[in-house]
Write a protein that binds this ligand. Sequence first.
Ligand code: SAH
Length: 253
Amino acid sequence: MPDFLPGEVWLAGAGPGDPRLLTLLALHALATADDIVHDALVDPRALALKRAEAELISAGKRGGRPSPNQRDINEILIERARLGRRVLRLKGGDPFVFGRGWDEALALTAAGIRFRVIPGITAGLAATALAGIPATTRETNHAVVLAAGHRADGSSTTDWAALARLGQPIILYMPMSQLPDIVAALQQGGLAKETPAALLQSATTDSERVVESTLGALLDDARRNGIGSPAILVIGSVVGLRRQLLPRLAGWQ
Ligand code: SAH
């Protein structure tokens, strides 16, 4: 393993939740870091793998209070590194997939701080695979879209009709707050209401839920099943394929 040097920041992905999906590098970082600055989505079971003396710093939403802004988080990372601490910046999934990891990497670069990026298993690919939904198969698709349902500021500039026209599976992060609008826009863009769709909530945790549906029935099914964040929405024919696996597919436990 590379040495985690004092004054460095390691920007690492923690995967979707279950610590068995941490990379060996992320585990090494957890076991070595002095300070761990983590998002709300990082699983407590992963944080439990830290050194006893390591300091945990939450950079996520807590009890409805607003999350610290990005500049404050950048400042914490830079300050701690300048104190000669080994700083682990731990994010859910992969740090460079809808996770603001880029902003932090840029800020560290500008501040002259040495850092390393450790990829993680992104939730969209983990949740689908664990539910028995392949992101690609030779028969169905040679492309897959990863998209975000909303941005931190609540706005979305995504051209849903253009994504619908691609005819490729769409794996959607943060779908819940704008779900009715997104479903409507995709249908207006040409996706049939029969298009298979699934909501995958809290993959690899005790609150894991999978709701298989269609685009047309999705809102009702989501409501009826009480689906909430964090969830991945996957849309496309690949969703229906899972039924072939279900008789033999074991759960994540
Ligand atoms: N960087 C992260 C994504 C951060 S955006 C990654 O690569 O996975 C936060 C969104 O990720 C959530 O709104 C949800 O859409 C998704 N997400 C994260 N963990 C999840 C999980 N265990 N199950 C389902 N979705 C999850």
